[in-house]
Design a binder for this molecule. Structure first.
Ligand code: GLN
Length: 280
C-alpha cells in the first residue's frame, strides 16, 4: 500500500463513521504514524508504506473512528500563538478562551512587571500564552489535578518559561499565598445534571474534573470570587471565563463580593463568555 492508498482507506473508515474533518484528520494521522509532517506526505503519495507504520496508522484511525478528539490522538493543540502538549488529563484548549487572553493583554502594559494567579491552569495554556506576550509577567498557576500540573510544567519547559511560573497542586480554597495584580480562571462550570448532555467527544474523552461544577454549575466560580478578593491587590482584576447563561449570577456574585464589573465579552456565538472585574 502507498501513502495515497492509505489515505483513501483511512478516509473511507472515518467518513463511514461520520467523523468531522475526515480528510484532514486522515492525513494528520498518517503523518503522526510516519513521524513526519503532512506536507512531506502529500508530495510523496506514491511512496510505499512500511508495514509497521501502516499498523500504527490503522490503530490511530480506529481511535479517531470512535470520536476521540484529534488533539488527544496527536497530543497537541494550538492555542493563541503557540502549540501545547495535551493528553487526556487536561481539557483541550478552546478558541473562546483566547478571548480571555485578548482581554488581559488590553490592561497589562508591555513594560509593567505584574504577578498573576491562574486558577485551574490545566495544560498551562493561559499562563504560558500571557507570559509569552508580556515577558515581565510572573505567575503562580494552580490546579487540583496532579496530572494536569505535570502537563502544565512540561509545557512551561517546552516554552522555556519554567523560571517565570510557580506551579502548585492545590485547591483555591486552601491557597493563601501572596497578593496578585490579577487573577485569571477558566474554571469548571458545567452543572452536574448537564454532564450527560455534553457531546460524546467531550463527555467520553475530556477529564470531568476540569468540567464539573456541582449541582448549580457555580461551585468553582463561587470559590474563586470569594477567595479572589483576598488574594488581589487593591484595584486588582479578576478575569473569569463562564458558561452559557452564567453571566447574570456571576455579575451578582462579583458585586456582592466587592467587585466592579468592567466588561462582559461575548464569544463567537454572541454568548457572554468572559467577565472582567476589579476589586474596589
Ligand atoms: N486553563 C485551562 C483552559 O483554559 C484548563 C481549564 C480547566 O481545566 N477548566 O483550557
Amino acid at each position: 500500500m502507498n501513502y495515497l492508498e492509505a489515505i483513501n482507506y483511512g478516509n473511507a473508515i472515518l467518513k463511514k463513521n461520520n467523523i468531522q474533518n475526515c480528510g484532514l484528520d486522515t492525513e494528520l494521522l498518517l503523518a503522526k504514524a510516519l513521524r513526519n509532517n503532512r506536507e512531506t506526505i502529500l508530495i510523496n503519495l506514491n511512496k510505499k508504506i512500511e508495514i509497521k507504520f501502516l499498523n500504527k496508522f490503522i490503530k490511530l484511525i480506529s481511535r479517531r473512528k470512535k470520536n476521540e478528539p484529534i488533539a488527544y490522538i496527536l497530543q497537541k493543540k494550538e492555542f493563541w500563538k503557540n502549540i501545547f502538549f495535551i493528553n487526556k488529563d487536561v481539557l483541550i484548549p478552546r478558541p473562546e478562551t483566547e478571548l480571555v487572553i485578548e482581554e488581559i493583554l488590553k490592561f497589562v502594559d508591555i513594560n509593567h512587571s505584574k504577578s498573576f494567579l491562574d486558577v485551574g491552569t490545566g495544560s498551562g495554556n493561559i499562563t504560558i500564552s500571557l507570559i509569552k506576550e508580556r515577558l515581565n509577567l510572573r505567575a503562580t498557576a494552580i490546579d487540583i489535578s496532579t496530572k494536569a500540573i505535570k502537563v502544565a510544567k512540561f509545557n512551561a519547559k517546552m516554552h522555556h518559561l519554567e523560571n517565570k511560573i510557580n506551579f502548585l497542586n492545590i485547591d483555591i480554597d486552601k491557597f493563601n499565598y501572596n497578593k496578585y495584580d490579577f487573577i485569571v480562571s477558566n474554571p469548571p462550570y458545567i452543572k452536574e445534571a448537564n454532564l450527560k448532555n455534553l457531546e460524546d467527544n467531550v463527555r467520553l474523552f475530556e477529564p470531568h474534573i476540569a468540567l464539573r461544577a456541582g449541582i448549580d454549575g457555580f461551585k468553582e466560580i463561587k470559590k474563586i470570587i470569594k477567595k479572589g478578593r483576598k488574594l488581589l491587590k487593591k484595584k486588582g482584576k479578576l478575569v473569569l471565563e463562564i458558561g452559557n447563561n452564567q453571566d447574570r449570577l456571576t455579575k451578582y456574585l462579583l458585586n456582592k463580593n466587592g467587585f466592579q464589573i468592567n466588561k462582559i465579552r461575548k464569544d463567537f456565538n454572541s454568548i457572554p463568555r468572559v467577565i472582567v472585574s476589579t476589586i474596589l
